[in-house]
Design a protein around this ligand. Structure first.
Ligand code: PGA
Length: 251
């Protein structure tokens, strides 16, 4: 399986900064590995990013998206419009959506079903809080998040997973390789209980303070198929250094 590096810009950059960034990325990304790069700009500047990426192998997606094509859903992004704009992916259930915007697992199940039906690939984010980990609830929490959100998932349509321990996001505190591999294995097994073919082909990304200097040790892990990168993805040089270090660690 390929090794993917996905940059989650969160609510950063404006149209001008995005244009500079994408031009730099297009110029510097290694051609052979460009199709393993994904970027997730804020929806308001996605149009410009999409225009600049046209014809390149780099993919882009939304940070959040609803599960219906259109309708009375004030403030939401339509997966149909994103698809028309050239998006291939959308994150759903990022911990910031869960915590700041109170998105429950049941809503994510609805979104995931609709997003798959309309044709975007959802990247479902799951992860435990520091309390969950301290109380030994990591397995219970991530499996519950996965199963609930996948309640109506279609095994014939693509789905990606991102494991992002909440305590490691934006904190500089990265999960240890042991913690990451353990969680990814739990998720892979939970997927296999649902459908073994899906489990084998589903990329499971790790996210949480990935930087150039910790990329190699995490990229080496058996069940890690890529990274979801926040802070370090805002700088093209750092983003590409993560990809380069990951690729060389994997040989
Ligand atoms: P971080 O964010 O790399 O800044 O920790 C990761 C994420 O939230 O996807």
């Amino acid at each position: 399986m390929n090794f993917y590096c996905a940059g989650n810009w969160k609510m950063n950059m404006n149209a001008e900064a995005a244009a500079t960034y994408v031009c730099q990325l297009l110029a510097q990304a290694p051609k052979a590995e460009a199709q393993q790069l994904l970027i997730f700009p804020p929806a308001l500047i996605a149009w410009q990013v999409a225009e600049l990426l046209k014809g390149s192998a780099i993919s882009w997606g939304a940070q959040n998206c609803f599960g219906a094509e259109q309708g009375a859903f004030t403030g939401e992004n339509s997966p149909r419009v994103l698809l028309d704009m050239g998006a291939r992916f959308t994150l759903i259930g990022h911990s910031e959506r869960r915590q700041i915007f109170a998105e429950p697992d049941t809503l994510l199940a609805q979104k995931l079903e609709g997003i798959q039906r309309i044709g975007l690939t959802p990247i479902l984010c799951v992860g435990e809080t520091l309390d969950d980990r301290r109380w030994n609830r990591t397995r219970e929490v991530i499996v519950r998040q996965l199963r609930t959100a996948m309640k109506n998932a279609d095994p014939k349509k693509p789905l990606w997973i991102a494991y992002e321990p909440v305590w490691a996001i934006g904190t500089g505190e990265v999960a240890s390789p042991l913690q990451v591999e353990e969680a990814h294995e739990i998720l892979r097994k939970a997927l296999a209980e649902w459908n073994s073919a899906v489990a084998e082909r589903t990329p499971i990304l790790y996210g949480g303070s990935v930087k150039p200097d910790n990329a190699a040790s995490l990229a080496n892990l058996r069940n890690v198929n890529g990274f979801l990168i926040g802070g370090a993805s805002l700088n093209v040089t750092e983003f590409l250094a993560i990809q380069a270090n990951a690729q060389s660690a994997r040989g």
